[in-house]
Design a protein around this ligand. Structure first.
Ligand SMILES: CC(=O)N[C@@H](CCC[C@H](N)C(=O)O)C(=O)O
Length: 384
């Protein structure tokens, strides 16, 4: 049975109530299986990955396959406490689908549901991917070799919802769509002591404050203003009480650039700033960098031109986009397999990753219609 709009919205709300952090998506995985079991099974084949147990691959066997087309939907949520007063709010304290992966999975299920009823010409592989926000689930799956044999994918597609685009609008661009990112962890080792005797201690809070301010000058003073770079420290922890000088501080952040060269440049300058602070404060600063699979998201020219041309002449609402500084480990998959990532507008009052993120659920149907329309054209048009 084809899922109705109300059923799809209910599915998204069910996902919304059970958000789980990267690599812990067990309830989500179980619910995905529950939903997929209600679909007609004739053309479907499910594959689990023992080393990545929350992931799920679903193959739809084509009637006369020329190729295998992959579609990825990410599954994980964020450590954010929801602030929307919803009847279907998160049941998991302090965790929220603040990046819309509940909606991504629902769109994927809608597309899968359609092709479970209407056998596609080409083979399709749906990849429900854990750990997009951290831990690089896409990269892990690829490196485990899951996209091989009958799950080998010739071209890959995936969407991300966009809070600022009108609901249902498809946004895309050829070339770089998203930045590459690298996670950075900083541990400042000072010496603790009494608040009244700062000269006998080495205050890690003061060093951390200097580190953060100096590192921000990399963006404002070291990079060409016409090129894009971002450094954000989203987490800072130090100390235990007001009258004890903190001996250590821990800072966690992310650096971003539209090219790998920019990421490398920012990384190198952070190392230099840390060395300078070690000299001036006589402390020790440990740095850890981890790019994982968060490569710049590079859309394939040929496939993306076809995708954009289709969207422009179809019933879909389409908008050309500038590159964004969001990251995605779909960048790793697109580095290995050609494909296209695109935005789906959800017109949310709160931004992505905020406690107020609230996508317009009407976008679910629009996303399904736009992408199934594209797939039917890709698979059946003479000129392809
Ligand atoms: C779409 C989105 O918001 N993605 C995340 C990806 C995180 C990458 C990595 N963990 C990092 O923080 O650099 C993003 O924050 O852009």
């Amino acid at each position: 049975m084809t899922l109705s709009e109300d059923e799809l919205i209910q599915i998204r709300r069910n996902f919304h109530q059970i958000p789980e952090l990267a690599l812990h998506e067990t309830e989500t995985h179980k619910y995905l299986l529950e939903v997929i079991k209600t679909f007609k099974q004739d053309y479907l084949k499910l594959k689990k990955i023992s080393e990545l147990p929350t992931a799920l691959l679903v193959k739809v066997t084509g009637s006369d396959p020329q190729r295998t087309i992959g579609y990825r939907a990410d599954m994980d949520a964020l450590p954010v406490t929801e602030n929307n007063g919803l009847a279907y709010a998160s049941k998991h304290q302090g965790i929220m689908h603040a990046c819309g992966h509940d909606l991504h999975m629902t769109v994927a299920l809608g597309i899968l549901n359609y092709y479970s009823e209407n056998q596609p010409k080409d083979n399709l592989v749906f990849f429900f991917q854990p750990a997009e926000e951290s831990e690089s689930g896409g990269r892990q799956a690829y490196d485990l070799g899951v996209f091989s044999g009958e799950y080998q994918v010739d071209e890959f597609y995936g969407l991300h919802d966009n809070a600022d685009l009108p609901s249902g609008v498809i946004g895309c661009r050829n070339g770089t769509l998203f930045a590459g990112t690298t996670e950075v962890n900083v541990t400042v080792h000072g010496t603790s002591g009494h608040a009244a005797y700062p000269h006998e201690a080495n205050d890690a809070v003061v060093i951390a404050a200097n580190f953060i301010t100096q590192v921000q000058t990399i963006i404002s003073r070291n990079i060409d203003p016409t090129k894009c770079g971002v450094i954000t420290f989203g987490k800072l922890e130090a100390g235990t009480i007001r009258n004890v000088i903190a001996g250590t501080a821990r800072i966690e952040g992310t650096i971003r650039g539209l090219t790998q060269d920019m990421i490398e440049f920012i990384r190198q300058r952070i190392v230099e700033v840390a060395k300078g602070l070690e000299l001036s404060f006589n402390d020790k600063i440990d740095l850890e960098f981890n790019q994982g699979g968060y490569y710049p998201v590079e859309n394939n020219p040929e496939l993306t031109t076809r995708f954009i041309n289709y969207m422009k002449q179809s019933d879909a609402k389409y908008q050309d986009m500038a590159p964004a500084m969001t990251g995605e480990d779909f960048g790793y998959l697109l580095n290995k397999i050609p494909g296209t990532m695109f935005w789906l507008g959800v017109d949310s009052p709160g931004s992505l990753h905020s406690a107020d993120f609230l996508p317009n659920e009407k976008a679910i149907e629009d996303g399904i219609a736009a992408f199934t329309g594209f797939l039917n054209y890709r698979m059946n048009s003479e000129e392809n």
